[in-house]
Design a protein around this ligand. Structure first.
Ligand SMILES: C[S@@+](CC[C@H](N)C(=O)[O-])C[C@H]1O[C@@H](n2cnc3c(N)ncnc32)[C@H](O)[C@@H]1O
Length: 292
């Protein structure tokens, strides 16, 4: 910054210009969110305090958050929060930022539902815990397990469970895919396996926008050469753990439905295969029921 902005109004103008120059598509709004966070105000308060002097400390914090955004760090990591299903989730660079399309996964689990008292639900690749924690705030009397290979992600997920008062409803396990269920003796006992797995193909990853490629955990995004490797593994491995009639509910990437359906048919042992489209008309969720 060449000359220090002396007032909040000058700071807003500087932040908007800086973000605009760095390629932000929403510089005006982002400047307000970032400055409100840096100065500890509500963003609507900024406009009414344009003439207020900025403290040296406030200026340092503002410069720090704006420069992080200028190198395309996602706003959610800077602000430390993302809303999902009406709840605020703490997010750090250890976890995928929850996406709106994943709300459909939660809705479909609840719609399929009909879970009886003591039913066992498993969220595989829990990340921020957005799926497991949301389900735990809605459902009572269930045994919910949340699994992830990343210990750092599980730490964030546990914090989110505490934030929403559902810690005692969720059991956390670190490990590869469904492996942790084995040590819990859950073979043939699970009513629903729910997953938003990594589903980006290796070759697609390099072309993703910098916010995603350079900041979100690669392990949360990339599945392998096809992009459907985790779906295929889940279809194969879930059968051991699901009760007869239990459901596997998975989020899909755009264009993956046909391939995953074929994989399910090849693996066999499932009935009632169906996909659900999201608001953009993309087949986003696949539901498969363990046959008798
Ligand atoms: C697409 S993110 C989903 C996160 C969260 N459920 C959501 O919907 O926002 C996939 C998650 O799977 C986890 N993961 C990746 N490979 C895994 C594996 N082999 N076993 C278990 N979890 C894995 C990642 O750490 C990440 O948290």
């Amino acid at each position: 910054m060449t000359a220090d902005p002396k007032t909040i109004g000058m700071l807003i103008t500087w932040a908007q210009h800086s973000l605009d120059a760095s390629g932000s598509m929403n510089a005006a709004q982002e400047a307000l969110w970032l400055l409100a966070y840096a100065l500890g105000m509500k963003h609507h308060e900024l406009a009414s305090r344009r003439d207020q002097a900025v403290s040296g400390e406030g200026l340092v914090r503002a410069e720090s958050v704006v420069s992080r955004r200028m190198v395309r760090e996602p706003l959610q990591y800077i602000l430390g929060t993302q809303e999902f299903c009406g709840l605020d989730f703490h997010v750090t660079s250890a976890v995928l930022i929850p996406r709106p399309e994943t709300e459909l996964l939660v809705q479909e689990v609840l719609r399929e539902g009909g879970f009886s008292e003591g039913a066992v639900l498993v969220d595989v690749g829990t990340g921020s815990g957005c799926v497991a924690v949301t389900l735990a705030t809605i459902l009572n009397g269930m045994r919910i397990f949340a699994l992830d290979r990343s210990g750092d992600a599980l730490a964030v997920a546990k914090e989110n469970a505490e934030r929403h008062g559902v810690s005692e409803k969720i059991t956390w396990k670190e490990g590869d895919l469904l492996e942790p269920l084995r040590e819990c003796n859950l073979s043939g006992t699970v009513d629903a396996i729910i997953s938003n797995p990594p589903y980006i193909a290796e070759e697609v990853w390099g072309g993703l926008q910098p916010e995603v490629r350079d900041f979100e955990p690669r392990m949360a995004l990339v599945a392998g050469q096809r992009g459907t490797e985790f779906h295929e593994r889940l279809l194969r491995d879930a059968k051991e753990f699901l009760v007869s009639g239990g459901v596997l509910v998975m989020e899909l990437g755009e264009g993956q439905a046909l391939f995953v359906r074929q994989a399910a048919e090849q693996v066999g042992g499932y009935t009632g295969l169906q996909t659900v489209k999201d608001e953009a008309g993309i087949e986003r969720v696949m539901i498969a029921r363990r046959a008798d």
